[in-house]
Write a protein that binds this ligand. Structure first.
Ligand code: IVH
Length: 666
């Protein structure tokens, strides 16, 4: 193909992708199936690979993110990003209206009322139709240049049909559904969950690796104009309409209100409907509609006089806590749950809510039979705030954690420094699905093809009771499952057979011992010849290994005490699954390097990918541990680091910021 033809073709494909992006991400009415879309994208990528000189930064193929940045550049906003004054009552709204009318010399004002999106404020700058720059609010005057991260958000067009310079501002957010999904995945991996969608969005935008940001389903709602070359739009409403026509996703739902009474009614109507929106809001924003009037009213150095945020009240209710029950999660964590006298709270009836853990119950002195206050905060899921001691009758019962799992009756453990109690029996019915899903993971036994739907069927049809049973599955039985054919069944059997040769490290990780992640599994595989020797090792021996803290050691010992686990292990052995150290592992365990014998602990959110950071130190001969002890040499603390950082300080372990860490591994 000649370059001219390629250029024409590329432009055509880009146009098609932009069109479908808009249909999918903004209008929410896709025209073509995902597979067709992927085809067009692949065609574009292939052409851009063949003609690299035709690749431009605005190409939709560039949304996947690029090389990680070292740090964000600082940008100064053309006009400062102010904040809003808050109010909490109708009286304050009326006073605001009176001020506006007075400052307008008795002219009446119309208002636009829109949701106050609980997200992260960003500024987008388009020049000659191209998205040139995107930044965070920062201190209002200067923010971080997050252009590469912003480009990964599919609902933000990389080009618009607008000739001059256009600056628009809005909130990047994580839809509530996506937030819940992300936390479920985090829980399954045993990682710390995000407290609320806002934190998740903030953490995502702060990542220096835009390839990671691309994996987070962020979205945007634009609500304000920044600098625009001429005053082309006369009202806020017309600006919202025109921005939408340009393909920019603007804040919805909004309403034009003729007077402050209409404002009050509209604001009130949303106070109870807020949960019907797919994103979190913490109030409504009232804005004078006319831009001419904005100019007359002006701003203080903190906030504009033409707008006001009406914040919703904290959503609380009082009810009786009837009983505390226990729920066993997919990874064996046992969570106490409050069974409540059903109570209606902003949009839904609540009859259960988590009490998190035993310590939390003690700290709040929550007893069965208590009157409790519950709240729906920005955390989506309701929680018990406190008990009302003055309403006690004397019949309330203090809560005591049982010794055994409420589902399978195995002994439960509370590991060193951990708040949660766990059931470590891999055959516990409450955990089978989660345990098998973990076992089949790419980084564990890598049983490709065993998706969640198949695993569910296998359990429902009682074809597996634990992960070891995967090795006794027969091809003809598998082929009979829903949505399976002969060929898929053959593939599954091939995957199962192939996994028998996996390394000791993979097997150890796949077993699902609490706190034994991929890296601890590698350390153990480097130290021991086979699983049996690990199963026999005592606390002291395990704790003596660099990178294995007291909690991990305790967890390993307890794991191999459970009858169900030993029986699963024996079944694995019988099926011919490798339990010995492989040759490759023998070589890796000899790791030489600058940090030979040193142990690192990473905590908090790092801007670099955690796996990359761990790999770097391993390459230098160090090991990585998940808990801090006297044996830890370095703790690398990212943002939001908590108890591990405290422990490091207490023990006098050397603490490194991420930047210092990057310097020492250079
Ligand atoms: S207008 C001059 N509209 O709330 C400030 N802000 O507390 C103009 N926010 O920093 C902002 N939703 O990031 C406006 N519909 C909305 C909003 C909104 C959320 C954020 C915004 C601002 C913060 C002020």
């Amino acid at each position: 193909m000649k370059i001219d033809e390629a250029k024409r073709k590329i432009e055509k494909l880009k146009g098609e992708i932009r069109h479908h992006d808009r249909k999918y991400y903004i209008d929410a009415s896709p025209e073509i199936p995902d597979s067709e879309y992927d085809k067009i994208m692949k065609e574009l990528e292939a052409l851009e690979k063949e003609f690299p000189e035709l690749l431009t930064p605005d190409s939709p193929s560039q949304r996947v993110g690029g090389e990680p940045l070292k740090e964000f550049k600082t940008v100064t906003h053309k006009i400062p990003m102010l904040s809003l004054d808050n109010c909490y009552s109708s009286t304050e709204l009326i006073a605001f209206d009176e001020r506006v009318i007075k400052n307008l010399k008795d002219l009446k004002a119309e208002y636009i009322v829109e949701p106050k999106v609980d997200g992260i404020a960003v500024n987008l700058f388009y020049d000659k139709g191209f998205l040139r720059n995107a930044s965070t609010r920062g201190d209002g005057v200067q923010g971080d240049d997050i252009t590469t991260n912003i480009k990964t958000i599919r609902s933000i067009p990389l080009t618009i049909e607008f000739k001059g310079k256009l600056e628009v501002r809005g909130e990047v957010y994580l839809p509530r559904e996506e937030f819940l999904k992300m936390n479920e995945e985090k829980e399954a991996k045993g990682e710390a969950e995000f407290a609320n969608p806002r934190n998740a969005a903030a953490g995502s935008l702060k990542l220096l690796d835009s390839r990671e940001v691309a994996k987070r389903p962020l979205d945007i709602l634009l609500h304000t104009l920044g600098s625009v070359e001429q005053d082309i739009w006369k009202t806020h409403e017309s600006a919202l309409v025109e921005l939408e026509k340009l393909g920019l996703k603007t804040v919805q739902p909004y309403k034009l209100c003729k007077n402050i009474l209409e404002v009050i009614n509209y604001v009130n109507s949303w106070e109870h409907k807020r949960d019907t929106l797919p994103f979190e809001i913490d109030g409504m924003v009232v804005k004078v509609n006319s831009y001419e009037q904005h100019k007359i009213l002006g701003s203080t150095n903190k906030s504009p006089r033409y707008a006001l945020a009406y914040k919703f009240k904290a959503r609380q209710a009082m009810t009786t806590l009837k009983k505390i029950t226990l729920q066993v999660g997919r990874t064996g964590i046992i969570t106490p749950v409050a069974e409540l006298e059903p109570v209606f709270l902003s949009g839904s009836t609540i009859s259960r809510c988590t009490l998190h853990n035993e310590d939390e119950i003690k700290r709040k002195d929550i007893r069965e039979g208590d009157t409790v206050v519950i709240e729906k905060g920005g955390e989506v899921i309701p929680k018990v705030i406190n008990s009302v001691a003055s309403k006690r009758t004397g019949k309330e019962k203090e809560f005591k954690m049982p010794d055994t799992c409420p589902v399978c009756s195995s002994n439960i453990v509370r590991l060193d420094e951990e708040v949660a109690w766990r059931c470590q029996n891999v055959a516990c019915p409450a955990q089978i699905e989660g345990r098998i899903e973990h076992f089949t993971r790419r980084t564990a036994m890598n049983l490709e093809g065993f998706g969640p739907a198949i695993i569910k069927q296998l359990i429902e049809k009682k074809m597996v009771k634990d992960y070891a049973d995967l090795y006794s599955l027969k091809q003809d039985v598998l082929a009979g499952l829903e949505r399976m054919g002969e060929k898929s069944a053959v593939n599954l059997i091939t995957a199962v057979e192939g996994s028998k040769k996996n390394s000791l490290g993979r097997l150890l990780f796949a077993l699902g011992i609490s706190d034994v992640g991929e890296h601890t599994a590698e350390i153990l595989a480097a130290k021991f010849e086979n699983v049996d020797l690990i199963a026999k090792a005592g606390l002291e021996e395990l704790q003596g290994i660099k990178g294995v803290g007291p909690r991990v050691a305790e967890s390993i010992v307890n794991f191999f005490k459970q009858k169900g686990n030993i029986s699963a292990l024996n079944k694995l052995k019988k099926s011919g699954v490798n339990i010995e150290k492989t040759e490759e592992e023998r070589l890796l365990s000899l790791g030489e390097g600058r940090f030979k014998g040193k142990t690192f602990v990473f905590t908090g959110e790092l801007t670099m990918v955690r796996d990359d950071a761990e790999l770097e130190v391993k390459k230098l001969g160090a090991s990585v541990s998940s808990s801090v002890s006297k044996k830890t040499d370095y703790v690398v603390a990212g943002t939001g680091a908590g108890s591990k950082l405290e422990k490091a300080k207490e023990l006098g372990v050397k603490i490194l910021t991420e930047k210092e860490f990057k310097d020492i591994i250079k």
